[in-house]
Ligand binder design. Structure first.
Ligand code: HEM
Length: 247
């Protein structure tokens, strides 16, 4: 605590608080999914008939969003680009939390090319596209809720404040790294008192707290979706409703 400014103490507490809440709430949600009975055999056909087949189907869903691709090519394009770009942006951000910086993270900051930065631009564009799609396509607008626009806006604002720091209002990335590495190693350091960085961080903290209570939990929930994870073996094995077993 020695040498820390009041502002730093507030932000350090906010960061640890938000992260702890995220961890506990995320795990509690996943536990909830895991113990929720799925009384019916409802794999979407054509479905795999073996566990290995299910693993292949899940890999396709997670890595390529296969169901979305079959459903709507334009939504798939926006959604897939967004997630790929987000992954690259997050990979690049690991340089703030790791020392020494591993090679894959280093590649995202390759001087002169900086793929991680261009990924940031793609991410913001894809979010804009997904937002406009909700307003533009009548039947999508009809089923869109405040939560859908909120998630897109929040992540978009994180991207925009990040890009502002990268392209227009430079921040002291060395000072940022001292702060973030301090958090990661449990030796907290002062936060750089740069308004744009503080806004970026506050938005990130809002996202971290919001995440486990939102639709963004599809990240964990996909692994428990019976329509994707069940083996289509109802002709070979009688599927018994878990409640019926107790009768
Ligand atoms: C505690 C977590 C985070 C910290 C400390 C942080 C910090 C920063 C900093 C200092 C920059 C400017 C980079 C530069 O000037 O070279 C930046 C850029 C950026 N940030 Fe973050 N950020 C965090 C989380 C996030 C998250 C979760 C997202 C996405 C949802 C994000 C999206 C971006 C984007 C798109 C850029 C611009 C491209 C780039 O420089 O990578 N940030 N961030």
């Amino acid at each position: 605590m020695e040498g820390l400014t009041g502002l730093s103490i507030i932000f350090i507490a906010l960061c640890y608080g938000a992260f702890s809440l995220f961890l506990v709430a995320f795990l509690a949600k996943v536990y909830g999914y895991a113990v929720t009975p799925s009384p019916l055999k409802i794999p979407t056909t054509p479905a795999p008939t073996t566990s290995l087949g299910v693993a292949g189907r899940m890999a396709g869903e997670v890595l390529f969003f296969t169901s979305l691709f079959k459903g709507n090519k334009w939504t798939w394009l926006g959604g897939y680009l967004f997630h790929l770009a987000l992954a690259a942006v997050l990979l690049r951000h690991l340089r703030y939390f790791l020392d020494p910086v591993p090679l894959p993270v280093e590649l995202m900051t390759y001087p002169g090319l900086e793929p991680g930065v261009w990924a940031g631009v793609v991410m913001i564009a894809a979010l804009g596209y997904l937002f406009i799609r909700r307003l533009w396509v009548d039947r999508v607008k009809y089923i869109s809720l405040f939560a859908d626009y909120f998630a897109l806006t929040l992540i978009g604002l994180i991207g925009i404040t990040g890009a502002l720091m990268k392209f227009f209002i430079r921040t002291d990335v060395e000072a940022v790294k001292e702060f973030t590495l301090g958090l990661a190693t449990l030796h907290p350091a002062n936060i750089p008192p740069d308004p744009m960085f503080i806004i970026h961080l506050l938005l990130v903290l809002a996202l971290v707290v919001y995440f486990p209570f939102s639709k963004l939990m599809h990240m964990g929930a996909i692994f428990f979706a019976p329509t994707r994870t069940q083996v289509d073996d109802c002709r070979e094995t009688r599927h018994v409703n878990p409640w019926a077993k107790e009768l």
